[in-house]
Ligand binder design. Structure first.
Ligand code: NAG
Ligand code: NAG
Length: 897
């Protein structure tokens, strides 16, 4: 490149930066935001990576704020600034606090507040970034997904605070027993944004990809000019191959998932204890009535039920438990409709009365359950919390579970938690929101169908087991036990589950040869161990609530040791982040619910800006003053740093430029009828020489098992075409496995050519070249965004997002993955077919599918899925291409790229 070109390049770059800043009115560019969740055997590890550039010519504070699910533990946090990494260190909470206080007293750091919301807790941090420099934040958290109402849910929040060019969420699920269903919900899967969600399933694996274009990030329901704001909820369940459960093991640890389905429900004896004190008045009592009416309708006819309402007085609907016949349910509904609120709260007397009722009306072969709903602390009768806990524990005597639902935040949740944990139940908070009635009903549904009681799980040659006895097992839930395998001499691993079902004692046995048990999947490494540690810490923290004295200390110590060993940020540990230069230190605590109300109030009193409901996490002295030491030549270059602009002295016409572009690129030079524009007429298929090769295309389908078909292809083919968007992609096949060249054409003057050696983009004026190995690069013009990552070019043109992967393993070739295409916009081309549903026709000798109203013979084949960089091998139903496309092959042949 000569001097003039160089200067031009520099000005061009400067112009881009200034332009960007002026246009977006922003001085911070979040140029990349990735969320990557990997779920293996119900254990989810999520990594959020945010890359941010300071566009100002002075240093400034850059914030990183994300929401993580409440149930999760943070296990890693790292900042990378100018090539230096700063890792968070997990320490004992007190120790972290001490170090921190010392730093504060030296005037180096400031206090932190933590908070937790209904489903998420916030993680916020910030760091001062030098002029024109970049920072990368990376946060990892882990959680064991709990099965509720027949499914697991992974909840992902996306709120990057501005539209991000390189935004993507990738979720990969691997479940050995197989995935039985997969569904994506949440605010981010609505309307136009739903196009950005791609799901793909193969037997044991499922992938969900959410690749919204920058435009879409401002146009969804809750999105604004600040970009995306919402959740993605990934729901799935697994196949239950054995009633005795699913066993997984690796590196000396095992996990046993037990969720049998072959059992009849056990009728239940349920007593609802409903607080109607003065504080319940208004919306709360209304929602409670609404929920109770629905719950009563859901009772099975062989259930028995009782109703108690209480304030200072205890009122029973009937002195005994009655069978849920139609007549009695109607009568009970009338009682519920008349519940009014007022007076004080006598929890002690109400619960004791309920226990007495259940004890007096015990039914053989049924499961007894107590459900207490209250919104406040006891104010009359016995008000000593410890005494109430003692009384209730003594009265229930381990015979049945007590579930406590705490309505709102005026109730001592710790008290309810202990009350339920001591009596084999759990406590749940009901949030004072418009859906409180559904929260109540939802909780009831979880315990509505008892299948087993007194469940005991036994293993041989093991140690350090998590909880192995459960008072009840409900339909739609799952019992999980993990532990360490200590006896390696055993030839098989044995599990035994003994429990009571409706009519008799049942036992489930399983015997798995030791060599079959261990998974050799590399990603399983450490996983079962971490899962075991996660579950153990969670259970110890619950157990600790109900213990006293030395036992309590021991439980706490054990939980602390494990948290430190596995680097989990739990209620007993904190993460200390030491930052560069004078900003020193920050601490992240696991926020505790209930506690945060006080901090919330405290922070309000101090009138802190806007952080009142979330974990704020800001250091002192981070006002963004200049810190020259960050200045580093390499960081001054912005994202387009490696883009080369080619300029001519003369002003050539667009057509001339395009011709020059084509010839200067290392692509096939076309004959004289080169398309300088995108003439619709030349898109008519041209019949050429007979098909040369055949490639196998995998197609996601509405069904669990994907379809695939062989496309015998001419050398040049139409991959995807959409006339409305003036968009098409062609590909050239030279290799055995995939494409040697792929060309994009968009809106007459955008042309992008990719080969296995280089990439050229012509925007109507200039040509930009990229090389595959130049590292993360982002190039953006109006309606076109190109993001080059390692071995993938992520192309957005309008509302279409296609990633071209460069595969190098078997042979070097390109492969297109369409991650977003407007669903109803009439796409054609060999990739243009929308997702197809089919029916498997049972009973025929060769497998047969009903597809597009035709019966087609099929066979199950294994295919490498090149839409993923690691090219997993996936099974699919092989069907004839003609049935899928309902077109002639010649329709897909083109003469030019
Ligand atoms: C997500 O993380 C996993 C595990 O670290 C990794 O193997 C995978 O390549 C990542 N996926 C993406 C799309 O970055
Ligand atoms: C358990 O729930 C599933 C659906 O979630 C249902 O099909 C099944 O019938 C239920 N079992 C019993 C015993 O109610």
């Amino acid at each position: 490149m000569d001097k003039a070109a160089l200067r031009l390049t520099f000005f061009g770059l400067l112009f881009t930066c200034v332009n960007l800043a002026a246009k977006k009115k922003q001085d911070i560019d979040i140029y990349s935001f990735h969320i990557n969740s990997t779920i293996t055997s119900r254990y989810a590890t999520t990594v959020i990576t945010s890359r941010v550039a300071n566009l100002l010519t002075q240093s400034q504070e850059v914030h990183f704020e994300v929401k993580i699910p409440k149930n999760a533990f943070i296990s890693r946090f790292r900042m990378t600034i100018d090539g230096n990494t700063y890792d968070g260190v997990v320490k004992e909470k007190e120790e972290a606090q001490r170090e921190y206080s010392e730093a504060v007293s030296r005037g180096e750091s400031a206090g932190l507040v933590s908070a937790v919301g209904r489903t998420f807790e916030d993680f916020k941090t910030s760091v001062t970034v030098a002029a024109l420099s970049k920072v990368t934040f990376e946060l990892t958290y882990e959680e064991l997904l709990k099965r509720r109402l027949g499914k697991y849910e992974l909840l992902i929040n996306a709120q990057p605070m501005q539209p991000v060019a390189d935004f993507k969420i990738d979720v990969h699920i691997h479940e050995n027993p197989g995935i039985s269903f997969l569904e994506v919900k949440g605010g981010l899967n609505t309307k136009d944004l739903a196009n950005a969600v791609t799901t793909f399933r193969a037997d044991k694996d499922a992938w969900v990809k959410f690749y919204p274009t920058r435009d879409q990030q401002t146009k969804c329901d809750d999105c604004s000019e600040n970009g995306l704001n919402g959740n993605l909820i990934i729901m799935y369940d697994v196949e239950r191959l054995k009633q005795s459960g699913d066993l997984e093991a690796s590196e000396g640890y095992f996990v046993h998932y037990f969720a049998p389905t072959d059992i009849q429900r056990i009728p239940k004896n349920v007593v609802f204890i409903i607080d109607k004190s003065g504080s319940m008045s208004g919306k709360k009592i209304e929602q409670t009535r609404l929920a109770m009416l629905r719950i009563l309708s859901d009772l099975a006819e062989d259930d028995h039920f009782g109703l108690i309402t209480f304030n200072a007085y205890i009122q029973t609907w009937k002195p005994e438990l009655l069978k849920a016949t139609e007549g009695d349910v109607e009568e009970a509904k009338t009682f519920v409709k008349r519940i009014t609120s007022g007076g004080s709260t006598d929890i002690n007397a109400a619960v004791l009365k309920a226990v007495d009722m259940i004890n007096k009306h015990h039914q053989e072969g049924s499961a007894s359950i107590l459900i207490l709903l209250t919104d406040g602390n006891p104010t009359t009768g016995e008000t000593d919390l410890v005494k109430i806990q003692k009384n209730v524990k003594k009265a229930i005597d381990g015979k049945f579970p007590l579930y406590c639902l705490g309505f709102g935040f005026d109730v001592s949740f710790e008290f309810l938690e202990k009350l339920s944990l001591e009596n084999n139940g759990v406590a749940r908070r009901i949030y004072e929101e418009s859906d409180a009635d559904q929260q109540l009903q939802g909780f009831y549904e979880e315990v509505a169908t008892p299948l087993l009681t007194d469940v005991h799980l036994n293993y041989q040659g093991v140690a350090n087991l998590t909880q192995t006895t459960f008072s009840q097992y409900y339909n739609g839930s799952e019992i999980v036990v993990a532990g360490q395998i200590t006896d390696n001499s055993l030839e098989s691993f044995t599990t035994e589950v003994i429990a009571l079902s409706k009519s008799n004692k049942v036992a489930y046995h399983n015997n798995v040869p030791t060599d079959e048990l261990n998974s050799d999947r590399p990603e399983h490494e450490n996983l079962i161990k971490r899962l075991w540690a996660f579950l153990t810490v969670k259970q110890l923290l619950e157990k600790e609530v109900t213990l006293q004295g030395q036992e309590k200390d021991n439980a706490k110590k054990e939980a602390l040791d494990l948290s430190l060993k596995y680097k989990f940020v739990t209620p007993l540990t904190s993460m200390v982040v030491t930052k560069p230069q004078d900003e020193e230190m920050q601490i992240a605590h696991k926020p505790k619910e209930g506690e945060e109300r006080q901090t919330k109030r405290a922070s309000r009193r101090k009138s802190r800006p806007k952080y009142d409901s979330s974990l704020s996490y800001r250091p002192f002295g981070s006002s963004g003053g200049p810190s020259a030491s960050f200045l580093d030549d390499s960081s001054v270059r912005h994202l387009d740093s490696s883009v080369r602009l080619l300029k001519e002295n003369r002003n050539p016409t667009r057509k001339e430029k395009f011709l020059k572009f084509i010839s200067s690129s290392s692509f096939t030079v076309f004959r004289d009828n080169v398309r300088a524009r995108l003439p619709r007429t030349t898109q008519k298929p041209v019949t050429t020489s007979p098909p040369l090769k055949s490639i196998r295309i995998l197609k996601s389908s509405g069904n669990a098992k994907p379809l695939c078909y062989d496309v015998p292809l001419a050398q040049k083919v139409r991959l995807l075409q959409n006339d409305v968007s003036e968009f098409f992609i062609n590909g050239q096949l030279d290799s055995e496995n995939g494409f040697s060249q792929i060309a994009f054409h968009y809106k007459t003057h955008h042309h992008l050519l990719l080969s296995t050696s280089e990439i050229s983009y012509f925007d109507g004026q200039d040509t930009v070249k990229f090389s595959w190995d130049q590292g993360l690069t982002h190039h953006e013009t109006e309606h076109v965004s190109l993001i080059l990552r390692s071995n993938e070019m992520d192309v957005t043109m309008g509302n279409i997002r296609v990633v071209i992967l460069l595969h190098k393993k078997d042979e070097v070739f390109l492969w297109p993955a369409v991650w977003q295409q407007p669903k109803d916009a009439g796409f054609t081309g060999i990739l243009g077919e929308a997702d197809i549903s089919y029916e498997e026709i049972p009973g025929s000798q060769t497998p047969t599918l009903k597809l597009k109203d035709k019966e087609v013979k099929t066979s199950w084949v294994m295919v490498k899925d090149y839409r993923f960089s690691f090219a997993p091998v996936i099974g699919c139903w092989l069907v004839p291409f003609q049935v899928v496309a309902q077109r002639e092959l010649s329709d897909f042949t083109v003469t030019q790229l």
